[in-house]
Design a protein around this ligand. Sequence first.
Ligand code: SAH
Length: 200
Amino acid sequence: MVEDQILTRGVREPRLLKTLELVPRHLFVRKAERDYAYDDVPLPIGHGQTISQPYIVALMTDLLKLTGDERVLDVGTGSGYQAAVLACMAGEVHTIEFIPELATRAGQVLSAYPNVICHVGDGSLGWPAASPYMGIIVGAAAPKVPQALLEQLADGGRLVIPIGAPGYQILEEWTRNGKRLDHRSISGVAFVPLRGEHGW
Ligand code: SAH
């Protein structure tokens, strides 16, 4: 997976590649999907949701440029895989899921990662109690960047989020530099819709 799908597409950060080799992706998918866990595709995880393609997880994590001790927020826990990858790359991970049944299942797998704190609720509002964050990853597509997430970014912190209509979006990276917010477009992507107050 790492050699064929990730390195070839330009993600080269050694700590991230090591993490992707070590996190057992097959434990985050349902039994019926285990044989495909390391394939170059997103997979269904129930409730109409999906675990992202491995490369997309790598790309979004790489964009945060984590060094190891940051506090980060993962919106849309889903399977828990993105949160587990972040757990190996950062100091403390807050992850929030809208669908209680998915949160429960992911919480069980994520119990192996003591620096992950799971929450159930509307992540379009972020998780203000633990803010500010040096990194925020949103694994579902929003109509526009939720103001609440920008407000919860630490100085120098980065937010990576797909923005656009259901079906096709642009992955955007937002960086806080003091009061200034810079953003750039990364690539075209297809995520499930973000729900909640600042979602669809
Ligand atoms: N990062 C996940 C991808 C999950 S798909 C993984 O590694 O598996 C997107 C997830 O976002 C779904 O589980 C969906 O229920 C959740 N979601 C959608 N809107 C949300 C919201 N407003 N707050 C929290 N989670 C949300």
